[in-house]
Design a protein around this ligand. Structure first.
Ligand SMILES: C[S@@+](CC[C@H](N)C(=O)[O-])C[C@H]1O[C@@H](n2cnc3c(N)ncnc32)[C@H](O)[C@@H]1O
Length: 598
């Protein structure tokens, strides 16, 4: 870690200790090659020890911002009326359904004047708060400045959203063209779809925030829109979208847009899908009623065993997205037994797993059950499997260059490597079998299925779509590595079967009632032949892309020795091509063997 990074972290710890009673940490920040920074244990820790205790007061969300924010109060999202909530936020008397919330957002974006009914959701409000700190005249210094100083300073060029959002400055455009070209030629169509979805979310929020800057005082009278532009909003938005954690704030509307918070320190935790190393025990604790002196803060006894697994959010297209949330993607939902926990007044405590932690061992969360493409589109990284290693070989925790995680408990062969943005970690070309045991190994064949839909006439499309929606099989056009053996998702199989049925078929009603999954031998043969075509097409495309990426990699190595960031990203793209080929080939092999899928 560089000196300013170290100082920033120390200042943050000091701020938390002085201003936020209850804060406790047995973790320290360390620069992990390729992951920038990660949290590691400061000494040997045992099961149940506290790794981190984060008081609700230091979290950055609409409830903690409201009392002192220069953002007009009427823009704040409203909390839901609740007898148990003592939030100071304004309270609405009706809760809006997600579609109503969406409509409200649409009307916001078309509203032409400042209106007291204009409301931002949590994502937009946090983005605005962060972006305001970029005012060159320093009129919006944040109470969370010490924390904000520890956030990534830039997401260009490594985050793929920045490849599709042109930089403000002309002088940055030349380099950007390389990355934009990489988006065009180095990614699968399904990865591009996921990045496009992120872009769509960003652009909508950007438009709304620009309107707020233009039309709401004090921003309007300061002509702040001239000072805070797309770059600042992009930086702020990506910080919110790659670092915030789902937690109930009692704000109605789509939870993934509203019930999340930035959590100092906890947001340094990196992702792993390897169950043997993730540290999943996060307890929610009712925050003690605090006066701002350390002596009065006693640890709450009102803890729950609710497990909090950071998992990415739900997005419009994919029911997936980019927020560190919970295992079920819904945030830390309050169960009945937990209702003494007041939304917005919940401390988080991260607890040492049963196996204990060695000194210097990195702590990981699983951001969610996400495919490589989803992790890449939302967070700008992916995992790759490493060459099999004996389960007994333990990594040298003191070797800072060794970030691989070895040996799953179940004796399977996979070991997950965090792909290094500096390009040191490479996918293994000789032995690609690791992909077959990746927990979330996946190929998304939606673009191929879309082509098949386009061949059907409008009426047929609509009828069949309804059938698939009715049985919960609309979307989900994926092949999976796990559980082994590699297989098409049930929804993909049903889609292929329905696509091959004439809309007049008497069997369609039974399919739509869920009475039939296997339609007929001839339908099955057609569906399997199409699946075979899709897999072959995907292998071919991945091979082509892999060659393109390889050529770019050689170029970068030859001409731009210093450009380690490009090399790192190219390794990730290469890894994703490999994953696609390996999983598709394994499914093809099963098809050739005449195996049946259900
Ligand atoms: C919540 S932050 C984690 C802390 C971050 N490493 C930092 O330095 O601030 C999420 C970001 O960390 C990085 N990251 C997290 N897990 C990773 C992994 N397994 N491999 C590579 N990068 C990872 C990605 O850049 C991601 O957008």
């Amino acid at each position: 870690m560089n000196k300013s990074g170290e100082q920033g972290y120390e200042s943050l710890i000091k701020w938390l200790e002085e201003k936020h009673p209850g804060f406790k940490s047995n973790l320290y920040l360390r620069e992990v090659p390729g992951l920038e920074r990660g949290l590691t244990s400061s000494h040997k820790l045992q099961a149940g020890d506290t790794l981190l205790h984060i008081p609700s007061t230091c979290m950055l969300n609409p409830l903690t911002l409201l009392p002192n924010s220069p953002i007009p109060k009427h823009l704040f999202p409203q909390t839901q009326p609740s007898s148990s909530s003592s939030s100071k936020a304004s309270v609405s008397n009706t809760s809006r359904s997600p579609s109503e919330a969406k409509r409200a957002r649409i009307s916001l974006s078309t509203s032409s004047s400042s209106s007291p009914s204009r409301k931002l959701d949590t994502t937009q409000l946090l983005t605005l708060h962060l972006a305001l700190t970029k005012d060159p005249k320093h009129r919006y210094e944040s109470d969370w400045k010490v924390y904000i100083d520890t956030l990534p300073q830039s997401f260009r060029p490594w985050h793929p959203l920045t490849w599709v959002v042109k930089p403000d400055l002309d002088e940055d455009e030349e380099d950007w063209k390389w990355w934009n070209c990489l988006y065009q030629i180095g990614l699968s169509e399904s990865a591009k779809m996921k990045i496009d979805d992120v872009r769509e979310r960003f652009e909508k929020d950007y438009e709304i925030l620009i309107e707020v800057l233009k039309e709401e005082d004090p921003f309007k009278s300061q002509n702040l829109v001239k000072e805070i532009g797309k770059e600042e909003i992009l930086w702020a938005w990506l910080n919110v979208n790659t670092r915030s954690i789902s937690i109930p704030l009692n704000i109605p509307g789509p939870s993934e847009r509203n019930n999340h918070t930035l959590v100092p320190i906890m947001d340094f935790i990196n992702h792993s899908s390897d169950p043997s190393i993730i540290t999943p025990r996060v307890k929610q604790l009712a925050a003690p009623s605090r006066q701002r002196t350390r002596s009065t803060s006693k640890p709450s006894t009102a803890s729950t065993d609710s497990v909090f697994l950071p998992s990415p959010p739900l997005t419009n297209a994919s029911a997936n997205g980019s927020r560190l949330g919970t295992a079920n993607g819904t945030g830390i939902g309050l169960r009945k037994a937990d209702q003494h926990l007041l939304p917005g007044k919940i401390d988080l405590r991260l607890v040492c797993p049963d196996r204990g932690l060695d000194e210097g061992e990195e702590v990981f969360f699983e951001y969610g059950g996400h495919s490589s493409e989803m992790l890449f589109a939302e967070y700008g990284f992916c995992e790759i499997p490493k060459t099999p290693v004996p389960t007994s070989s333990k990594r040298d925790l003191h070797d800072e260059t060794d970030i691989k995680v070895e040996g799953l408990n179940d004796g399977s062969l996979t070991s997950v490597t965090q792909v290094n943005r500096d390009g040191d970690q490479k996918p293994n070309d000789e032995d690609t079998t690791g992909w077959l045991t990746m927990r979330y190994g996946e190929v998304d064949v939606t673009p191929y299925i879309r082509e098949l839909w386009d061949e059907q006439d409008d009426e047929e499309q609509e009828e069949k779509k309804q059938v698939l929606e009715g049985i919960g099989c609309w979307g989900g056009n994926t092949l999976h590595a796990s559980p082994s053996p590699p297989h098409p998702a049930h929804s993909l199989l049903m889609t292929l079967r329905v696509l091959h049925l004439p809309s007049t078929s008497p069997r369609l009603p039974n399919v739509s009632k869920g009475l039939v999954t296997y339609v007929s031998p001839s339908n099955e043969t057609s569906a399997m032949l199409t699946l075979e075509d899709i897999c072959k097409g995907a292998v071919k495309n991945a091979e082509k892309r892999s060659k393109v990426v390889q050529r770019l990699d050689v170029d970068v190595k030859d001409k731009l020795q210093s450009d380690t960031e490009k090399k790192g990203i190219l390794q990730m793209l290469k890894a994703m091509c490999q994953e696609e080929q390996v999983i598709c080939k394994a499914v093809l092999e099963r098809l050739e063997n005449g195996e049946e899928f259900s």
